[in-house]
Design a protein around this ligand. Sequence first.
Ligand SMILES: [Zn+2]
Length: 71
Amino acid sequence: MARNRYSGTCYCCGTHTPVGYGHFERHGNSWRIKCVKCASGRVVKDTDKEVIRARKLANKSREENNYERNQ
Ligand SMILES: [Zn+2]
């Protein structure tokens, strides 16, 4: 399951979930976030590979959006 590229609130426990600290789930026509703790019971740290990767992807998609806006 892919990590979240946008921060949000976990729909299970209501905790704020920063980028990489949760998973995206398809929910109807949109997406919802489930934190890793609810999904697998693991505690995520800033140094986790998956967090670093999700942050990189989040920055990349932000850059792409800026690029499109500037055209
Ligand atoms: Zn949760």
